[in-house]
Design a binder for this molecule. Structure first.
Ligand code: AMP
Length: 415
């Protein structure tokens, strides 16, 4: 079935056409009809499946088709998300798909000044995309009123729980009308997520997308055994061998991100970092440079990367293995989007072997191993552009220096 055969408003079809979206993705095919019927939905789907449009299309349609319409009535649809980046990205999808509709979408998130957000809110909006913390602040200060909300969407609910947002979510929920439509999206499912989901939805339609092989078939992913201290040389090699490709590098911590960045800088590789210690402006600027392709290498931590839709990343490097096995899927899922092919390699040090086993357990199968021969391994280190302190040449330099000073001193002593 094509979008043109759907019963959705022509204003949205026009935007879909402009984007080149002809056929719905699996999640869109399964979620759009029940959402349009007003049912609650519980969907297990990862980023990259087209889940944003799966809820944005029907929400925009329903709001745009209203006969009696007053923006001043207040927010009609609330989308709660774990991160600022995801909030911005979802808002962009609403703006693009809703370009020819009268639906007004806005986002609020923490880490930026509150005042401009408040001014904009006062103009009246239909869809609000928000992170739970800032959202709750604005609600308790009376700047946001939620009593007219008819649709609640929780996106990446699993990630919200990981980030400890459960209390904020519950606090916000107290302000919502009981009678509403709720759409619950999560990339993974466990008991905790189920508990949260079933406390929010009523008789939901359950949708699960590709549960068997969580890594897309479009991604060629493998693991390479590399000592912790040698990883930087191999990253240098991957980057140099894939010149021109957009490469996303995942590290475990913010400090590691900066260290890897410095190591790449030493060998003349331009890169940016994306992590929670950077302020919002810098994060967005880094993301934009990467999106545009001005900087081809982005070094990121997990927290800053979930849900971000970066088009056409050719390569994902797991410089450090993720602590949580699910994150392997999220990271690798940054490449091989839609119909594109992608590649990923994970650097596994002996200390990380245990984590690799857990990831493979989660995937239900082993990850292909990239065999690196001893010679090739040392060549990678030797060919690095990094200037290594070579003891011999250092000693020779000292010797030369001493001899030169002796020669200088001699004539002085004769005088
Ligand atoms: P999401 O899972 O919402 O982050 O979407 C992943 C990617 O799929 C985005 O780059 C969308 O632009 C793209 N996409 C979403 N729906 C469609 C569609 N029906 N046809 C082609 N691409 C799509």
């Amino acid at each position: 079935m094509k979008f043109e055969d759907y019963h959705i408003n022509p204003a949205i079809k026009k935007a879909l056409d402009k984007l080149g979206f002809k056929k719905p993705t699996d999640i869109q095919f399964k979620a759009i009809p029940p959402i349009l019927r007003g049912e609650d939905v519980l969907a297990i789907a990862q980023t990259g499946t087209g889940k944003t449009a799966a809820f944005a299309i029907p929400v925009l349609h329903m709001l745009h088709e209203r006969k009696q319409y007053a923006r001043q009535d207040g927010i009609k649809c609330l989308v709660m998300v774990p991160t600022r980046e995801l909030a911005i990205q979802i808002t962009e999808v609403f703006h693009t798909l809703g370009k020819h509709t009268r639906v007004e979408t806005m986002t609020v998130f923490g880490g930026v000044e509150q005042a401009p957000q408040i001014t904009k809110l006062e103009d009246g909006i239909d869809v609000l995309v928000a992170t739970p913390g800032r959202m709750f602040d604005l609600v308790s200060q009376g700047h946001i009123r939620l009593e007219r909300v008819e649709m609640l969407i929780l996106d990446e609910a699993d990630h919200m729980l990981d980030l400890g947002f459960i209390k904020d979510i519950r606090d916000v929920l107290r302000h919502l009308p009981r009678k509403r439509q709720t759409l619950f999206f999560s990339a993974t499912i466990n008991e905790k997520i189920k508990d949260l989901a079933y406390s929010l939805v009523t008789k939901p339609i359950r949708i699960q997308i590709s549960p068997k092989d969580p890594v897309s078939k479009n991604v060629d992913h493998s693991v390479a055994y590399i000592g912790m201290d040698d990883k930087r040389f191999f990253l240098e090699r991957v980057i140099k061998e894939n010149e021109g490709s957009k490469i996303l590098v995942f590290v475990r911590t913010k400090v590691r991100a900066e260290r890897v960045h410095a190591a790449m800088d030493r060998v003349g590789i331009k890169a940016d970092t994306l992590h929670g210690d950077k302020d919002q402006k810098d994060r967005l600027a880094a993301l934009n440079r990467f999106k545009k392709g001005d900087v081809k290498v982005l070094i990121a931590t997990d927290v800053s990367s979930r849900g971000i839709d970066i088009p056409s990343v050719e390569y994902v490097v797991n410089y450090d293995l993720p602590d949580v096995p699910e994150n392997y899927v999220h990271r690798v899922g940054r490449t091989g989007r839609g119909t594109q092919k992608g590649k990923s390699v994970s650097f596994c040090s002996p200390e990380e072997k245990e984590i690799l086993n857990e990831i493979e357990g989660y995937l239900g199968k082993p990850i292909k191993v990239l065999d690196i021969e001893k010679q090739d391994y040392s060549a990678t280190i030797d060919f690095s552009a990094e200037v290594k302190p070579d003891l011999k040449s250092l000693l020779k330099e000292v010797q030369d220096f001493e001899e030169a000073s002796k020669k200088k001193k001699k004539p002085k002593g004769k005088k």
